[in-house]
Ligand binder design. Structure first.
Ligand code: AVJ
Length: 319
């Protein structure tokens, strides 16, 4: 394939779907907005900055695990496998793994952002000229189709970053089920999950002292204003993040600082003072709880790699 093309697996979310999702979410009680819309250009830049924050441990902890155990993880993926990465972004964390896996049939980065995907593929081709890199533009929350031509006997999905944490258990189980079906019997999943830990570590990771996470959360309102011609007074909302013990998750919300009304596409939404919009959940697991959930999706645990503090885990499961 030429270096400026990518396979489009499915139609991507349109402006219309964005509008429908926003109107639907804000019509609920309590109000919600889907976290997948955080990642416009500005949001993606802010997320990259989050990953560098001293308080945000997941990225660097996972990277250290992937670096340290690259050879073992690569052996688990196996010779001649097709490695399919969900939400590959810049593929930064994947490079050590790819370098440790010289005999892959292909690396298939799957991402919703076409341009980012193509730039990443181009950069990777220079770094790893021997590797066959076949980007697929797709939303992995919808069905991902990997073209027959890229399938090999052994396929493994690589799903790092604890992105699975954004999905409530039921949806996470559905996503895992689809991954199991995609790779087929004998296929694998290498997944990064964020582990339950002290509140003193968890909460600051989503409430950083430089307010980058606040800007990331509030940027969603800017995006809605710009793309859907809405009139949120962004400075009349505040970022909040806390750990919900019962549901094992960090919740991010936007809290209305006053009683106010917002108009989007001829629809008005009333906000009481202190009413919140739930914008994101980030579920934390124990290896055991995750393993039980994965088992119900038809995936059985093969191996666990973790860091010395057991803050994060990379799991290998087989379908
Ligand atoms: C990309 C979903 C893994 O939940 O930690 C970071 C997103 N939100 N700070 C996470 C996020 C606020 C992140 N994931």
């Amino acid at each position: 394939m030429s270096s400026n093309s990518a396979i489009l697996s499915h139609p991507l979310a349109t402006h219309e779907e964005f509008l429908v999702d926003v109107l639907e979410g804000l019509s609920r009680t309590p109000k919600t907005l889907p976290c997948k819309y955080f990642y416009d250009q500005k949001g993606s830049q802010l997320f990259d900055r989050i990953c560098e924050l001293p308080e945000y441990y997941p990225t660097r902890t996972e990277a250290s695990i992937l670096n340290k155990y690259a050879a073992e993880i690569s052996a688990a993926i196996g010779e001649g496998a097709t490695l399919i990465e969900f939400g590959s972004g810049s593929s930064t964390k994947t490079v050590p793994l790819l370098k440790a896996s010289p005999n892959l049939a292909a690396y298939v980065p799957v991402d919703i952002s076409r341009l980012h995907l193509l730039e990443t593929a181009a950069a990777l081709r220079t770094q790893l000229p021997e590797l066959s890199i076949e980007p697929v533009v797709a939303d992995f929350t919808a069905d991902v189709e990997i073209p027959e031509s890229l399938a090999s006997e052994h396929q493994t999905v690589f799903f790092p970053g604890s992105t699975i944490g954004n999905f409530p258990p039921k949806e996470a189980t559905q996503l895992l089920t689809r991954i199991a079906e995609l790779v087929g019997t004998g296929g694998g999943l290498v997944i990064g999950i964020d582990l339950e830990k002290d509140l003193g570590v968890l909460e600051p990771a989503y409430y950083d002292s430089q307010n980058v996470t606040a800007a990331f959360n509030l940027n969603l309102l800017n995006r809605i204003n710009r793309e859907l011609q809405a009139n949120f007074s962004v400075d009349q909302f505040a970022h909040i993040a806390f750990y919900n013990d019962k549901l094992h998750r960090i919740e991010m919300h936007l809290r209305s600082l006053q009683s106010q009304q917002v108009t989007i596409a001829d629809e008005s939404f009333d906000f009481a003072k202190d009413e919140t919009i739930h914008t994101e959940s980030s579920h934390k697991y124990t290896v055991e709880r995750f393993t039980t959930m994965a088992a119900s999706a038809g995936l059985r645990l093969e191996k666990v790699w973790t860091d010395s503090k057991e803050w994060f885990a990379v799991l290998h499961l087989l379908a």
